[in-house]
Every structure is written in C-alpha cells, then in structure tokens.
Write a protein that binds this ligand. Sequence first.
Ligand code: C5P
Length: 296
Amino acid sequence: MTRPVSSAVSSSVSSSVSTYPAPAKLNLFLHVVGRRRDGYHLLQSVFRFLDYGDTLEIQARDDAGIRLLTPLPGVAPEQDLCWRAARLLQQHSGCRLGADIRLNKRLPLGGGLGGGSSDAATVLLALNRLWHLDLPRKTLRELGLRLGADVPVFVFGRSAFAEGVGEILTPWLPAPASYLVLIPPLHVSTPSIFADPALTRNTPSVRIAALLDGYGHNDLEPIACARYPEVAEYLGWLKLYGDARMTGSGACVFVAFPERVQAEAALAGIRAEHGSQVDGFVADGMDQHPLHAFAD
Ligand code: C5P
C-alpha cells in the first residue's frame, strides 16, 4: 500500500517519505439527467477505478507549510488541487502540521480519467493518517466535494453508482474486466463541454436495480466528438473491438475486454495500423481504492 522510499529526513513528525497511489477512474456510462440552479449538472454514472494512475510522495512537516515539490507548469500553487486539498484539511482540522508533496504524474490533464481529483483525494486520505487526524470518511467526502465533483468517489473508495453531481454514492460492483484506454493528443475543457447548448440534459433517470454491465452511454461524448475530431477518430478505432465509450468529459476513450491479453493485443494492433505514437495503456478494473483503509 505505502512504500517507504527514504528515511534520511530529519523531522520530528515523520522520519520517512511514503508513496501513495492515486488511481485513474473510468465512467462506464455517464447520463446527464438534469441541471441545478447553480448551473452544475445532475448526473448518473458508474465510476470504476483502474490499477493505473499517478503516485504521490508525501511527508509531513512540523511547520504549517504546504510545499509542492513538483509544481505543474503554468498552475499557481493556490490553484493546484493537491495544494488546495492539503490547505482545506489543515483549515478544517486546525492542524498545525504541514506537508511536502511530490506528484509523479502519469494521467493526462483534461483526459476524463479523474487524475487531478484522484490526486486531491489521495492528499486528503494520506494526510488524514500522517497528521493523525482520524477524520471520518464522511467528513473527507464533504471536504472533497468542495474541491470538485469527482473527488468524493475516490474518498468513498469503492466502485460506485453516482448521482447528484457525483456525490451521492452507492457501492456497485461491475463485472471483472481489463480496459484498453486511448489518450487522444488534446486537453478537453470540462466546463465548455457541459456548457454546450447541444448537450442532452434530460436523459431519463434509471434505478440502480436496473443496471446491467454495458448499460447506458455518455451524454458528453457526441459534444466532445463534434468539437474534437480526434476523439471521434480514436473512438472509431476502439469500436472495432466492442462497445467503446468516452470517459468523463473526455478526451480519453476506452473499451472493455474479459482478459488483459486481449486488451494488450488490441493496443498492439491499433499501434501497428495507426502508428506507434498512439498513446494509451491497458489496466484492470479495481473495485476498491488502495487507500480505502485510511479512513473509517
Ligand atoms: O467539479 P469540477 O470542478 O471538476 O467541474 C468542472 C466544471 O464542469 C464545473 O465548473 C462545471 O462547469 C462543469 N460541471 C457540471 N456538472 C457537473 C460537473 C462539472 O456542469 N456535475
């Protein structure tokens, strides 16, 4: 779960830096079922974690500083979700400790894989332990929602059927699967996809009991495909292998396979046909977040 990578740091708070995973998510489907008065959209979705993602090295500090050792280019610390998560937890708990955070980024920005949200959730979960706060999961979920609609599910820590803006979560176990995920070479702006006048905002609500594997579609997909031809192109490649979909507001697209070797063969086939530069990866579905035990 956590792996000490160094013990040569002098601190009265913690003698080691540990590495914490921040897994990617897929939206197996994503229906827009309404809109709140504040403009946020009401969704129904199934979130599934992948055994692939970012990692964060985090060490507690015995002063109150929050330091990003790997700042994202062009992003001020106060806008970085990891920094904001740590500061929010500090303010909420009154904790006088701080943190050094090193982010090893594998997940694309604007990819629909929940990278930034997952990083923020991992900061909340890891610091809840490193700062000995013992805050309940419910509180961390509420803090997470203040950072973004996708953060609560990572704190929830299980595959889930999501409603509301993504914060009403019910455990849901999809069938085991391996996924081929392709990463088109572009960043999608989530607000602009949700703001598109052509977006379907009245997909009928479904009851969880009616969900079957393969159910549904992604209402954001036709909007992203119309704006970004590469999303439609990459989706077309995957559709030869099954019921391919976009995740979140894109740009990433995915298709499920029963066996990992099938997903790997499909990725090799796509690269043979369309070029070795096609970015993507194969990952297994994961039903529980690796840091699930970090909150009760
Ligand atoms: O929650 P997050 O900050 O990731 O959302 C980014 C933007 O996407 C929001 O500011 C909003 O414009 C749009 N959004 C939405 N409905 C949601 C989630 C996001 O309209 N349920």
